[in-house]
Ligand binder design. Structure first.
Ligand code: C2E
Ligand code: MG
Ligand code: MG
Ligand code: MG
Length: 286
């Protein structure tokens, strides 16, 4: 009897795996078409300076406008794009699009705005990230310092010595480098001090639990302190409440990003927000 059950189970899992594999193949094909058909777009989430309350730039977050469908968040397709290697081409598109947007802001009289893009592990390790960045900046005539790359600890720690070389190549170009989701990976302090980075970005899990968990608050404060001792800038992501804002402001966090200020939005909405004067602190946008 147990044997029979096992067989049924086996059949069940096989069928299930086929369905999953098929779904993945379909998604992969759809992703390839999406690149050709230009179905990706960037949304922009403001970064706010805590001293002035002003929008100093944005993070570009990719979206996929599926034909005849809805808008897909990156969590739905970036993992597969990573797995298949498609992320390298997608990432190149993201950097180009970000530079085009920086050009547009500059033409609209805001050459001071910075724009951050997320870089994936495969893209970072691909060997030509520095070339891709150089070409995009040149193509759109954008100052390197206006572009920021958000990297994660885990991607840097995979091969720290190669990482240091790549980071220096990027710094020579003049782009800014920041460590995203900081505190959730496993950076060694020895390497952290050797990475030529500009900014630490406190992971939103610590920000979310600031009030409820003393550990989260302790970690957030320690990251702010560490950043400042290393002469780095520090930004908090996922700020949703006034209480979190106040807590981080008192501890002298430099910049913030989160739904309290604004959600990620299309380029034209971001343009409107800039026109409205854009002092976001004290007047959160829903
Ligand atoms: P991330 O870089 O850590 O981006 C922050 C995520 O938190 C974004 O989700 C953002 O919409 C969300 N967020 C911002 N403020 C708040 C808040 O106050 N509360 C909450 N609950 N969430 C907030 P999103 O856009 O879904 O992106 C998820 C992740 O996908 C990103 O995490 C990043 O790792 C990845 N990603 C996004 N765009 C790209 C891209 O162009 N290339 C690559 N390789 N990865 C990307
Ligand atoms: Mg990010
Ligand atoms: Mg993050
Ligand atoms: Mg994150």
């Amino acid at each position: 009897q147990a044997k029979g059950q096992g067989r049924n189970r086996f059949c069940f899992y096989t069928a299930d795996m086929n369905v999953q594999a098929m779904a993945q193949l379909e998604l992969e094909a759809a992703l390839r078409r999406a690149l050709e058909r230009n179905e990706f777009l960037l949304h922009y989430q403001p970064k706010v300076d805590l001293r002035s309350g002003r929008v100093v730039g944005a993070e570009a977050l990719i979206r996929w406008q599926r034909e005849g469908g809805g808008l897909e968040a990156p969590g739905r397709f970036i993992p597969l794009a990573e797995k298949t290697g498609l992320i390298v081409a997608i990432g190149t598109w993201v950097i180009d699009c970000a530079c085009r947007q920086l050009r547009a802001w500059s033409d609209d009289g805001r050459p001071d705005l910075r724009l951050a893009v997320n870089v994936s592990g495969r893209q970072f390790a691909s060997g030509d990230l520095a070339d891709v960045v150089t070409q995009a900046l040149a193509r759109h005539g954008v100052a390197a310092a206006a572009l920021e790359l958000e990297l994660t600890e885990s991607m840097l720690m995979e091969d720290p010595e190669a990482t240091i070389a790549t980071l220096h190549a990027l710094k020579r170009i003049g782009v800014k480098l920041s460590l995203d989701d900081f505190g959730t990976g496993y950076s060694s302090f020895a390497y952290l001090s050797r990475f030529p980075i500009d900014t630490l970005k406190i992971d939103q899990s610590f920000v979310r639990n600031l009030a409820a968990e003393p550990e989260a608050a302790m970690i957030a404060v320690s990251i702010i302190d560490l950043a400042h001792r290393m002469r780095l800038k520090v930004i908090a992501e996922g700020v949703e409440t006034e209480a979190q804002l106040d807590y981080l402001r008192v501890r002298e966090c430099d910049e913030m990003q989160g739904y309290l200020f604004a959600r990620p939005m299309p380029a034209d909405a971001f343009g409107c927000l800039l026109q409205d004067g854009a002092r976001l602190i004290g007047s959160p946008v829903a």
